[in-house]
Unconditional design. Structure first.
Length: 149
């Protein structure tokens, strides 16, 4: 905690202050581990920096990075907000991949597959026979056949 306090007290408030500790989490967020009574507790460095400068986060809020730099612990770049606001920030900054169609990491079919499914359905093939070919549930095939994307 003292390391973070020293970093944020002695830095230029216009620039990002990147957490200098060794801990890191998914996405490049700094982590700090505190050991107490034989147990280890891990905290997000940017959250600790926010709370040192601004006080406790309101319930249901998270710390958002105005600079979009996950390593940054500059309190001037950190604001409180909801997950929904944070998602909006990400979208406006262009930091998330489009989630429709093949770009969705959970997609089971390609654009070409969906075209073929619609064509087969229009020809009268059953949902179950098409579903068996693609290893999908017939309700998924039905949704694809009714959609236009």
């Amino acid at each position: 905690m003292e390391r973070i306090r020293r970093q944020i007290e002695n830095a230029d408030t216009l620039e990002c202050i990147e957490y200098a500790g060794t801990g890191a989490a998914k996405g490049g967020y700094g982590r700090i581990t505190i050991r107490s009574r034989g147990k280890a507790y891990s905290f997000a460095a940017h959250r600790l920096a926010y709370e040192l400068a601004h006080g406790e986060l309101p319930e249901g809020h998270i710390v958002r990075h105005a600079c979009h730099n996950p390593k940054c612990i500059n309190p001037a770049h950190l604001t409180s907000g909801t997950h929904k606001q944070n998602a909006g920030d990400r979208m406006r900054a262009g930091r998330c991949a489009p989630q429709r169609g093949e770009n969705n990491g959970n997609a089971k079919t390609s654009t070409q597959d969906r075209e073929q499914i619609r064509l087969r359905r229009q020809r009268g093939e059953t949902l179950k026979s098409i579903a068996a070919d693609y290893g999908l549930h017939f309700s998924t095939i039905s949704a694809i056949a009714r959609s236009s994307n």
